[in-house]
Design a binder for this molecule. Sequence first.
Ligand SMILES: NC(=O)c1ccc[n+]([C@@H]2O[C@H](COP(=O)([O-])OP(=O)(O)OC[C@H]3O[C@@H](n4cnc5c(N)ncnc54)[C@H](OP(=O)(O)O)[C@@H]3O)[C@@H](O)[C@H]2O)c1
Length: 228
Amino acid sequence: MPTAVVTGANSGIGHAFAQVLIREGYDVIAADINVTEKLTSLQCDASQLDVTSPSSIASFASHIGDRPIDLLLNIAGIMLPKDEDALSTVSLAALTQTFAVNTFGPLLLTQALLPNLLRADRAKVGVMSSRVGSIMDNTSGGSYAYRASKSAANSVFKNLAVDLRGKGVAVVIMHPGIVKTQMTDMGRGIPEAVAPEEAAEKLWGVVKGKGVQDTGRFWHREGFELPW
Ligand SMILES: NC(=O)c1ccc[n+]([C@@H]2O[C@H](COP(=O)([O-])OP(=O)(O)OC[C@H]3O[C@@H](n4cnc5c(N)ncnc54)[C@H](OP(=O)(O)O)[C@@H]3O)[C@@H](O)[C@H]2O)c1
């Protein structure tokens, strides 16, 4: 049975993705900063993990031990309220907090679990980025910390793709579209917003189809490539 680690699995897209992978026959280790009944309701190993904390990452890695990991999905993320992330309001604290969760956490978790990924045959690592992290696609401005944290995550995971290609590990950078989760106030007022289940199902189709030949590219949930 292949093993998958999913962060942000207590809520939204991460929770829906964990459900998809359990159905697909993965032994899922579902992790989140808060372990609630929603996380423990998943029929899998539910673990506490704060991706911004090196000691939490170390405990999580030791909980996994030397098990091979076939798929690591870095889905946990935050977006501060728009009025705390605008040109006139963004602060060092907002930037630091957002980068810690969205950019540094996924890199440091991947670093910690690299020995496990290398023990698997053709492992994959994914990160839930966002189209707003595309510098070329930016026509709306604002969201300084969130946007920059996702652009930087794209850079980090492209870099991982280069470093891990020769080791047979594929990297997939994902955009889920606008999804009805707590992050978007359940997509209130956004007609194109989709349910997390739809985003996870379509992104699973993307992840499943990619290998080292496609490593380090930025994919929309609908399967087309996004510009950097
Ligand atoms: N929803 C969208 O339209 C959309 C669009 C583009 C990209 N994304 C990305 O998709 C990912 C999932 O977002 P979502 O919409 O599903 O939001 P969500 O429902 O808020 O889920 C995010 C999860 O990450 C957890 N988390 C926050 N900080 C963490 C930390 N330090 N360590 C571990 N877990 C932590 C949250 O826990 P708590 O809630 O308990 O703090 C929450 O369970 C994010 O990376 C987001 O940026 C979402």
